[in-house]
Structure formats: C-alpha cells, structure tokens
Ligand binder design. Structure first.
Ligand code: CUA
Length: 326
C-alpha cells in the first residue's frame, strides 16, 4: 500500500542505509522528548492547578540529583550523535582510492558529465554497480547542487572551483538526479537520471557509440594547440614550472608559502596564472580566462595528471616541486 507513497527514497548506494539509520535515530530521540515533555506539561498543568484563591505552593530550593540527571543524560545522547555523525561524515568525504572519475559541469539548466575515458553525457550518467565513482563538480555560471536521493548524496557545483564527492551504487536501476540549489527559472527542470548497470552491461554501453577520445588525450591536444610546452618543458629549463609530478604535490610559492597543487590550484593557475606564482619564476604566463571552457580545463588537468611523474632534467637535477609528505 506504500508503493505509491514512499516515505524514503530507494536505498541504492553503499551509504544510503547508514544515512537512514542515523536519520531514524535522530528522529526517534526528537520524537521521544517531544512527546514526553508535552505530556508531562499537560499532566502537571492539570494535577497541580490552583484550587483555592489563597493557595500558595511551597518553595523549592533546587535538587542536585535532578540537575545532574538532566545534564548527564542529554550530554551522553549528544555525544552519541556527534560520534555517529562524524563517522558517517568521514565515510562520505573520503573517496576510495580505486574510484573511477566523472567530471560534472552544471550549467543553466543542464548537467554535463564526462567520463575519463571520454564519453560525454547530458542529464544522464551511466555507472557500473559496485564501483566507487568520484564526482568532480564545477559550474559554468551560478551555484547548482547535484543531488541523487537514492544515493543519499548531494554536493554543490560552484563556479571557479572543484568540489569532490563520491558514491557506490549497490543495485541496478534508474535513479533521479535533481538540482538542489535554486538557479533560475528552469531550476526545477534541471533533472536527469543515473543508470546503475551490471558491470557487463556497462562495458557494452562503453563499447557502443563512436570510439571516444579520452579526457587526457583531449588535454594533450589542447596543450599542443595552446603552445603550453614552449614554457612547461619536462626538463625544467623552461620559463614555467615542470608539470610532471606536480598534481597533488606541494609547491613553494613566491613569498615562502607552500600550496598543495590540487585540481582547483591547477584550474586557477591556467585561468589566472599570476594568482599564485611558483618561487623562482616570473609572472609571464598569459591568462586563459574566457578562452577555455570547463570541459577544456578538465581535459588539461587530466592530461597534466597523466604525465609521467618522473620530473627532473637529463642531468638528474630535481624540479622545483617539493614532493608532498603524505
Ligand atoms: Cu541548477 Cu538549480
């Protein structure tokens, strides 16, 4: 009888059941205290009502036992909530290492998704069941939010930076994508579907359609077209820093600050090169603001990440990049 009126969306990801359990726990605690306190208030109002005009109750000078009870019990309850929620938060924030990556670009009013292998989709995302999927989200205009209720997963797509989240679909099916951040007149129409497929079906889906060019290959082409290699040589003698081994490492900036070269840093360094100048280099790189779209940027970053990490020139001198101490 509840078929047409589900209280909860389907549980279709590895974290969905855990999110629901925590939600139900919070709901039960809240319901218990709401009912108990309301009932006690009603009972006391009737039981201790004033019966005669000259009736005066005796004064109460406090009770240590009572005060300890109503301090310690709520404290224990909120500590349980805190620890439970924190464990869940970490599970949601830490993407498994074996995750496959999909770039998600929000744009009024659609979702553009791109697989590392090159497949592009609009308002649809095909993924294999059982495989962790890392989403790198950004936006071309305003803030959007990528929401898949069946996965209990939601992450904002913010212009100018990358946000990361992940999910692991646990059963094949078709699950709604919503935009969960008001973004204009057709916000409500900014919807789509995730297709969670058996791995064999997913392979068939990948094999269908024209042979795609991988994201890194697209980036390599752009890298050549934009003459990036003129300055960013793998040998370290160019006017720009060596890019091999750069992603994820720490760079020393002018002024002595260290910065982790994550995707957002790489993106900014392409669009606004003078924002963070690497120590020992001049601010000579032209800006690519307005010339490269979000998909171009994702491709360039994928290419830079695909470069062999072995940095340093033929003489064996290390590059200026300080390796990250992980
Ligand atoms: Cu995009 Cu709301």
């Amino acid at each position: 009888m509840w078929q047409g009126f589900p209280l909860f969306p389907e549980q279709a990801s590895s974290l969905a059941a855990r999110v629901d359990e925590f939600y139900i726990f919070m709901w039960l605690v809240t319901a218990f205290f709401t009912v108990t306190i309301s009932a006690t208030m009603l009972y006391f109002a009737v039981r201790y009502r004033r019966r005669r005009a000259d009736e005066r109750p005796g004064e109460i000078h406090g009770s240590l036992a009572l005060e300890l009870t109503w301090t310690i019990i709520p404290l224990l309850i909120v500590v349980v909530m805190f620890v439970w929620a924190t464990l869940l938060f970490f599970a949601q924030r830490r993407t498994p290492d074996d995750a496959m990556q999909v770039t998600v670009v929000g744009k009024r009013w659609m979702w553009k998704l791109q697989h590392m292998t090159g497949q592009r989709e609009i308002n649809e995302l095909h993924v294999p069941v059982g495989k962790a999927v890392r989403l790198m989200l950004t936006s071309e205009d305003t803030i959007h939010s990528f929401y898949v209720p069946a996965f209990r997963m939601k992450m904002d797509a913010v212009p100018g930076r990358y946000n990361e989240t992940w999910f692991r679909a646990t059963k094949p099916g078709k699950y709604h994508i919503f935009c969960a951040e008001y973004c204009g007149t057709e916000h409500s129409g900014m919807i789509g579907w995730v297709y969670a497929m058996e791995p064999t079906d997913y392979q068939l889906w990948l094999a269908g359609g024209p042979a795609p060019v991988s994201l890194a290959e697209m980036g390599q082409k752009l890298f050549a077209e934009r003459n990036c290699a003129t300055c960013h040589t793998p040998q370290g003698a160019g006017r720009g820093p060596v890019l091999n081994g750069l992603p994820g490492s720490k760079v020393l900036l002018q002024g002595g600050e260290e910065w982790v070269a994550d995707d957002t840093y790489l993106r900014e360094s392409i669009l606004r090169p003078s924002a963070k100048i690497v120590s020992g280099y001049q601010p000579v790189m032209p800006t690519f603001q307005g010339q490269l779209g979000e998909e171009d940027l994702a491709a360039l970053i994928a290419y830079i990440k695909s470069l062999p990490a072995a940095a340093g020139d033929a003489a064996g001198r290390p590059s200026s990049n300080v390796p990250a101490s992980k």
